[in-house]
Design a protein. Structure first.
Length: 757
């Protein structure tokens, strides 16, 4: 019998309530939405898929996968929601869970896990819970039936200050079982239910990735791919050493980009920024890098780096080259990109290795991506002309896969199947390897000890060995027999890592450390020597140690990279090494000795590596606190938290004559910007980008500029002339003759003509 629904009003009322709830409640279910990707040019042999889009999500910035195959996405709709950046401090941020109900490969359900967040910037699933940043805090929240449980404050100063483009982000669980971040000198680990915070080096601006060995890579807006040549803490043992050759190295030096159209950039008015067709010539907003580590793509893609270039609607591919212990990367093609689009709203901001071997793209998908703090009048006019500020309320998660291939199913994890978890450490997919390690470590599944040892000591190298070694190290389970086997392994990274881990191992006393280092050094392998040089000085002292380092100095006589590792390891032994050399036992090395003397001088003058000092909220007193906050917000991402500068991006400020000299000159540069080469203390610096002036920023008053100058003078100098707010106001009107930016020559000429001191 067919029911007459025309008279079934209660049923319609209930249906209407349910329908309304489906739009207003915290869970959304939608049918698959068709999105046109015809304007996207993808490298031959690959295709781009839309896995999630609005209305399921809006303004996505970060994503992660849980063990059920669901996507967790951090949304930041408050970021440049309009051309004036209004509403940034409103509680509009969310963390949602996306699910594929019908298992067709596309997300069709969205559930809110956390909402009403103010400017969240980072998120990571770890320790059976969720880490997330809501400035200035870093929180950990337990997950109970897809709802937030107990909430723990991990760090009250994860973000001290700064605009959203320069805040700590990209929480990254590394193979050493520590969590690192871009734009931060802190790292985190949880043991026995307690969170531990450690110090490390500042790295990058927006996004972070790692290679199979655990070396960290990142970028800043004008340098598409930078990184460390060593493991995260290998060159940070000596507080009087300021590393220049081992961390924050330029890996990809070619900063050209090849958009499909005349994309607009913030400093497009600067000479040399655009070609005759209006095409941007250089990268200006790189972010969200990833090193692809899987076998789903063709073999020659494994180990390649990919970088987001949202200003040009591009994803770029770079190919790694290894030369001994050094790493470099070159663009895969000239005048061509891996993915490029004419869709002005395509704004890739983060890339990820997927569980099945695909590459995932977080597409913010909006018109305005330049933060208000740096927006030039030129860009503002272009945005208004193209009505880019009207493109809001969108968001995409995309997936890159080989064209026509069958995509593997999502891997399953069973915490009870320890043999399977250990076997997963061999997986070609880095996401699977990482998750297997995290499950074993974070749940202390020590019943898998036998299988882990067997994997670690295998003679034929596999990347799973490195994972197994770090797990055993975390449990202090590297026995004498295991260590002996590892040290004799022919692979330089297995034997080298084992040697370096002796420093914090209960097995250290079982070995003659110096003899072990000398024996390993006979292989004359630069990759192995990195571990030996960076570690021996931390574990032993005496004449034999000095002889070892002199032998290494002979081997790498003109290489500052190895010299820097030696100075790091020889903390407190710098003078002893120099005294040993003066006794005439071995010939000297001016380069190595120069770095040692520099460390001794830094200690004598009390000039420590400031970025390795624990962060404090107000290190310079109330009078200069405002200047410190503004420096972090507008200056430190380029010039460094400690004023040391950034390779190919910005010169050092610490001790610079531009800080110690005329405040009028300093004020002019700050207000109107500077481009071209610059000389600091007699050294010429070349840069990939011009320094924008802050004079056009409506959010910075004359008092704010004065506060920055006051901070710079106190932090990086002990001398200089005074300046007032009234003088800052006058300097605002003293613009370069061409109306653009100052160069070193124009600045000198202008100051001479104006007789400004």
């Amino acid at each position: 019998m067919i029911e007459d629904k025309r008279n079934n009003w209660p049923s319609y009322i209930i249906f209407g309530i349910l329908l309304l709830c489906s739009f207003s409640c915290k869970e959304k279910k939608v049918n698959e939405k068709s999105i046109d990707l015809s304007t996207y040019q993808v490298e031959a042999g690959f295709e781009l898929e839309v896995l999630a889009s609005e209305p399921l999500l809006m303004a996505p910035m970060v994503m992660d996968f849980d063990l059920k195959g669901r996507m967790w996405v951090l949304e930041l709709p408050g970021y440049m929601a309009n051309i004036d950046g209004e509403g940034e401090d409103e509680p509009s941020g969310r963390i949602i869970i996306l699910k594929d109900r019908d298992r067709n490969g596309r997300m069709d359900e969205s559930k809110i896990f956390l909402d009403k967040l103010v400017a969240p910037r980072a998120m990571l699933l770890a320790y059976d819970g969720l880490l997330y940043a809501e400035p200035p805090y870093l929180w950990f929240v337990e997950i109970e039936d897809d709802k937030p449980g107990k909430k723990i404050l991990v760090d009250s100063a994860y973000v001290l200050t700064g605009n959203i483009e320069h805040q700590a982000n990209a929480l990254t669980m590394n193979i050493d079982n520590w969590i690192y971040s871009a734009r931060s000198n802190a790292r985190y680990q949880r043991k026995n239910g307690e969170w531990i915070k450690g110090q490390t080096a500042y790295r990058g601006q927006w996004g972070m990735t790692k290679d199979p060995l655990g070396r960290l890579f990142y970028n800043d807006n004008s340098n598409q791919f930078q990184g460390d040549l060593v493991l995260p803490m290998a060159a940070l043992n000596n507080p009087w050493l300021h590393p220049k050759y081992s961390i924050r190295q330029q890996i990809a030096s070619d900063q050209r980009m090849y958009p499909l159209h005349a994309a607009i950039i913030n400093r497009g008015y600067v000479e040399g920024s655009l070609d005759e067709h209006g095409m941007p010539l250089r990268i200006t907003s790189s972010c969200g890098p990833v090193i692809y580590q899987s076998d789903l793509f063709p073999a020659d893609y494994n180990g390649n780096s990919f970088v987001c270039l949202p200003e040009g609607n591009i994803i770029k591919r770079n190919i790694f080259q290894y030369n001994g212990a050094k790493i470099s990367a070159t663009q895969a093609w000239e005048k061509k990109e891996f993915i490029a689009s004419t869709d002005l709203a395509f704004r890739p901001v983060n890339l990820y290795n997927g569980p099945e071997g695909a590459m995932y793209v977080v597409d913010l998908h909006k018109g305005v991506i330049q933060h208000r703090a740096y927006m030039s009048p030129y860009l503002r006019a272009k945005i208004e002309e193209l009505e880019l500020d009207t493109i809001v309320g969108y968001g995409r998660i995309l997936r890159v896969v080989p064209e026509g291939d069958t995509i593997p199913n999502f891997p399953t994890f069973d915490k009870e199947d320890l043999i399977d978890l250990v076997e997963k450490l061999r997986s070609p997919h880095v996401w699977v390897r990482d998750k297997a390690q995290q499950i074993l470590v974070q749940n202390e599944l020590k019943k898998a000890l036998t299988e882990l040892v067997e994997l670690a000591v295998e003679r034929e190298f596999s990347i799973g060995q490195i994972h197994a070694i770090w797990i055993l190290q975390e449990w202090d389970a590297l026995s004498l027999l295991t260590m002996t086997d590892l040290l004799s392994n022919s692979n330089p990274h297995v034997s080298g890592l084992a040697f370096s881990l002796l420093e914090n191992s209960s097995r250290k006393e079982d070995f003659d450390i110096v003899k072990t280092a000398n024996d390993l050094s006979q292989r004359k392998n630069p990759e192995l020597d990195v571990y030996l040089i960076a570690s021996l000085g931390k574990m032993a002292s005496g004449e034999k140690v000095m002889r070892f380092y002199k032998n290494m100095a002979r081997r790498y006589l003109k290489d500052p990279f190895f010299a820097e590792l030696a100075v790091s390891a020889l903390r407190g032994k710098e003078q002893a090494y120099l005294d040993y050399e003066r006794m005439g036992k071995v010939s000297g090395s001016s380069l190595w000795n120069g770095l040692l003397k520099e460390a001794i001088a830094n200690k004598k003058e009390d000039k420590p590596n400031k970025e390795m000092l624990p962060a404090v909220n107000n290190p310079y007193g109330d009078k200069r606190q405002k200047g410190l906050e503004l420096y972090r917000e507008y200056c430190s991402v380029c010039h460094g938290e400690a004023g040391g500068g950034t390779q190919n991006l910005a010169p050092p400020l610490d001790g610079s004559e531009y800080i110690t000299g005329s405040t009028d000159r300093l004020g002019l540069i700050m207000l109107h910007g500077m481009q071209g080469p610059i000389h600091i203390n007699g050294k010429r610096y070349e840069f990939n980008a011009a320094m924008p002036g802050i004079g056009d920023n409506p959010h910075l008053s004359d008092k704010d500029v004065l506060s920055i100058i006051l901070f710079l003078r106190n932090a990086f100098s002990t001398q200089g002339t005074a300046i007032t707010e009234e003088r800052i106001k006058d300097l605002r009107e003293l613009k370069p003759k061409d109306g653009a930016m100052y160069t070193e020559e124009l600045l000198k000429e202008f100051l001479d003509e104006s007789k400004i001191e």
